[in-house]
Design a protein around this ligand. Structure first.
Ligand SMILES: [Zn+2]
Length: 278
């Protein structure tokens, strides 16, 4: 299986390339005149750097939206990595095939989600990586002729970051918002933070016109923020869930809407801990 059979690469805006691992995750490459920024590095099933090498400028910066494994799987292939300070230590852990099997490979295979043809679950592991710098709200990342504005959006995880490309007015949103199952039920998720971040993003929406998320369809119009905010606020005021579900050994509330859904913590529960000892 060649790399191009796994990564679907497409220029979605001027100088912005989606690097898609279908049914799994989307990373985004943004090219300035002098620097490339790769926002997230995917599952690490295959070599993302090799897949995009023909597009890369001489200087490459990796920006992680957050520490979750399907966003940092290819970090080890790069040496200039930025992530929020509060999550920097979390990318340093090696994730073994046993851990990845339990939290990802097995459940996704049960759902019959495709993996690379030659994928060997026992050989899949993610090596820890080290942050070279920390990214925080208001940082401007100069790529030469274009700038990325860092926006702190805690909620899905405490240290989640997103990036606005000034040239095309695009928001690269990570797992904060997408038309799929929104995870606010993890141990490092927080409903109040999520709502505050959605309000903040709504106030900033003149700065971008399209949202490019890490999962699900893209682009999303920024009016979607209002709908998600409204539903999160209803959850906060105690709206009854559609179902109580069992997820990774813990119960969570599940809310289904037209084109997205939300997992939230049950009152009094700590939330799902994906990986022990981290
Ligand atoms: Zn995530």
């Amino acid at each position: 299986m060649s790399l191009s059979d796994w990564y679907k690469i497409d220029e979605v805006e001027d100088g912005i390339f989606v690097v898609e691992e279908p049914y799994h995750v989307q990373s985004f490459l943004i090219n300035g005149q002098t620097h490339s920024a790769l926002i997230d590095t995917g599952t690490g099933f295959r070599n993302i750097r090799e897949a995009i090498k023909h597009l890369l400028r001489d200087d490459v910066i990796v920006l992680n939206t957050h520490w979750h494994f399907d966003h940092v799987g290819g970090n080890v292939l790069f040496d200039n990595i930025g992530i929020s300070k509060s999550e920097a230590h979390l990318i340093e852990y090696d994730l073994s095939s046993d851990v990845l099997m339990d939290i990802y490979v097995k459940p996704f295979m049960e759902l019959e989600i495709p993996f690379p043809d030659d994928f060997i679950p026992e050989a899949y592991e993610i090596k820890g990586s080290k942050a070279s710098f920390h990214v925080k709200e208001g940082d401007k990342i100069d790529l030469g002729g274009r700038t990325l504005d860092a926006v702190s959006l805690p909620g899905h995880s405490h240290g989640s970051m997103a990036f606005i490309d000034s040239n095309t007015r695009s928001l690269i949103a990570g797992d904060f918002i997408y038309k799929d199952e929104l995870y606010a039920h993890l141990e490092d998720s927080d409903l109040d933070e999520y709502i505050d971040s959605l309000i903040k993003l709504k106030q900033k929406q003149d700065a971008f016109k399209n949202i490019y998320p890490a999962h699900g369809e893209y682009p999303i119009q920024n009016s979607f923020i209002d709908r998600v905010l409204k539903e999160f606020q209803k959850i906060k005021s105690g709206a009854a869930p559609d179902r109580v579900i069992e997820n990774f050994g813990e119960r969570a509330h599940f809310y289904q809407f037209d084109d997205f859904s939300i997992f939230s913590k049950m009152p009094g529960y700590k939330g799902v801990k994906l990986i022990d000892n981290i």
